[in-house]
Design a protein around this ligand. Sequence first.
Ligand code: AHG
Ligand code: MN
Ligand code: MN
Length: 333
Amino acid sequence: MNRIITLDEFIIKRQKDFPFASGELTGLLRDIGVAAKIINREVNRAGLVNILGIEGHENESGDTVQKMDIFSNDKMIECLSNSGECCGIASEENEDIIPIENVSGKKAKYVVAMDPLDGSSNIDVNVSVGTIFGIYRRLSDTEVPVNKEDFLQKGSELVAAGYVLYGTSTILVYTTGKGVNGFTLDPSIGEFCLSHRDIQIPKKGNYYSVNQGYYSKFDLEMRRYIDHCADSNYRLRYIGSMVSDIHRILFQGGIFLYPNTRKYPQGKLRLLYECNPMSFIVEQAGGTAINCQMERIMDTEAKEIHQRSSIAIGSPEMLDEMKQFVAKYQAVV
Ligand code: AHG
Ligand code: MN
Ligand code: MN
């Protein structure tokens, strides 16, 4: 039988891959692992909580029942603030950045951009949700509080990124730029255990994932590519949580699209909290991630923290095929 390798053990071993690492990143990833376990517990109880009380109201025991995305946001902030490795957070749920004070004299070097609960509309109907995070080295001096510029870095500057998928089982997938590994939560021991080593995305696949309901709002070239997917009998899957949709594609191959629409001319998904971290993971697994202007997501200039982007991400050969459609039909317009 294979020996169990826990997330904590794995991260500590991997610290050796970084010659000048002093353990801060290791500590930070562990903090995120702890937050993920707490969120997981609450996600699993969500149905039960709904029986006891309505969001924002008191339950029978007199506790205030929070919306799950606010709860997840609070837990991530709390865990990231505890060990003093993180000096600031940008969250999809907060308008402004959240500076974190130094803990016990430590001078934290890292900032975290996160979507604490992705696909939150799924929670009420017992369907998978996720958490996404991206970690950057701070740019400003450690003597002063963080500022927005610390977060306005390109995805190519990410030091680490990952997601947690709260699905039929709970899995944490992360990269520090040396491949991608996945850890499944064993509820009996409360540990994330290495279950998917060195994940490689299939070069091509037969899944496509897009909100087909917006078809008429997409540009011509995207519509032609989506027609091609349907004509080729690719299987359409759309959960409405990009973590879940991309997780399938990471393992089984395919393409996930959230193009610009009339309502969202820049695309809907957020560059810092969703597109960059997921792109880093998919690229590290051998995939491709671009926007609908055919530019690499991770090379996008970040001008504001809640910036949106269009995205096409997944198996490299499918992305190449999509680019050919775009080149052909853009020429027609
Ligand atoms: P969030 O729950 O964090 O707001 O994210 C939902 C996102 C993404 O995960 C998903 O792919 C997309 O929004 C779904 O949007 P549509 O309902 O417009 O398809
Ligand atoms: Mn999201
Ligand atoms: Mn969210």
